[in-house]
Design a protein around this ligand. Sequence first.
Ligand code: GDP
Ligand code: MG
Length: 173
Amino acid sequence: MFKTVLVGEGGVGKTSITLRYTENRFDDNMRMTVGANFASKKVTIGSAQMTIMLWDLGGQPRFHDVVQDYFKGTKFGIGVYDVNRIYTLERLEEWIHRLRVAAPDCDLLIVGNKIDERTGNGGISLAEGIAFASKFGADCIEVSAKTGQGINEIFESAARVLLKKYIQNTTRP
Ligand code: GDP
Ligand code: MG
């Protein structure tokens, strides 16, 4: 069981990414998450099976220490921004910082969502996403929870990293 947390500004699509991945559906009228969402899914990579627990924090948490408790024990962080709104990438830096304070060893993947809405100008390019991610030693991929594009890749990438770090190393001499 690997605790995986989605972080990022409200409205970037954290709950939608979770819903697309776990139930393969999309809701155009997604309600704002109140409290925290929890979901889990079994992932198979080669002959290895693992369960990824997904935590999706809703709203604007008011108390810093509550957020810290919530992030504790995270093995993998998915930092989400909206490719059409630059401030969501700027604000992601702070979310990642909070996550890393509570879970210093967690691995990270940066995800640009809503590519189905990309207009061509004014948004964030993949190159900019990659440059941002590299500051944290992370990869960046672009997805759409609406069309499903790239969503499986997020969790395959997470599973690959977790498998390598926590399973292969301990079961093989
Ligand atoms: P959260 O606050 O980060 O959990 O964001 P939500 O998952 O609640 O999504 C916020 C809004 O964006 C909702 O109206 C979703 O339907 C919409 N949304 C989420 N993902 C996508 C996407 O990939 N494309 C488009 N066009 N809209 C999306
Ligand atoms: Mg949400």
